[in-house]
Design a protein around this ligand. Sequence first.
Ligand SMILES: [Zn+2]
Length: 271
Amino acid sequence: MKKTKKQINVHAFTPIAKPINTSIQKNSTMLLLGEIPYVNGSKTFTTKLYYLKGLRGMLRHACMDLARAYDIEVCHSSEKTELRDGTKLVSQGFHPLGACDPPCILRRIFGTFREDSRISVSADPITSISHKEYITEVPVQKVHIASENRIALSYDRIPIQDFRQSYFSGYFTFSIDATQLTDDEIKFLLESLLHIEYYGGGRSAGYGHVKILNVELLHITIERKFESENGTLKVVEEEKVTPLELDTLDDWTESISLSALTQELELMDGE
Ligand SMILES: [Zn+2]
């Protein structure tokens, strides 16, 4: 088996973020995945893994911001235009999800409820390991993870609710599989990364600041084969990584806003 893929690795830092996954009554905690062993010196310890949820949503928002900055109309996250009480759901610069023909840049990348996304966003699970040196069998991202107990006070400083929230702090990396995208779509996605500022919940309370530090553009060839070992067929994987070369990064605007313009012209023709 041999396949090639285009991958964007994004390295970021957050002083404190709350990727809220599950809410159990008053408590918002990160999604717990499982426990794995790790080795420090001659001793074996265990550590809990947590899932970084909401990365794709963060990226989608960044793309919406970028499209707005260039006056490119894109899909909103809702298929409906308004609620029963008349509240408008789709603001200026957006159309209802999936209402575009031809599909706008956001739909081409992220799909709709019915159409698959052409990218996938993933990250190795995060974990808190107190040892400086450690070896794990599966890839993990070492960060600081903690829970805080918070108390909501009323104006007269009487506790009205106490709740617990988990957060993490540190450097983290996520990857975008962009194999199905054209070069211009990849460039659009790259520029959208400059619009990322927040991740997770609690933004108004000062949580979730994210700084994107650097980005790797990779062309990866993966080859998998069996190797016989005493009657067992072991799967051996070989990965070859080379930089993905893109020429000038900012020339996507022409093809992508042009497709938006064609859309407008076609609409006018139809009238
Ligand atoms: Zn659209």
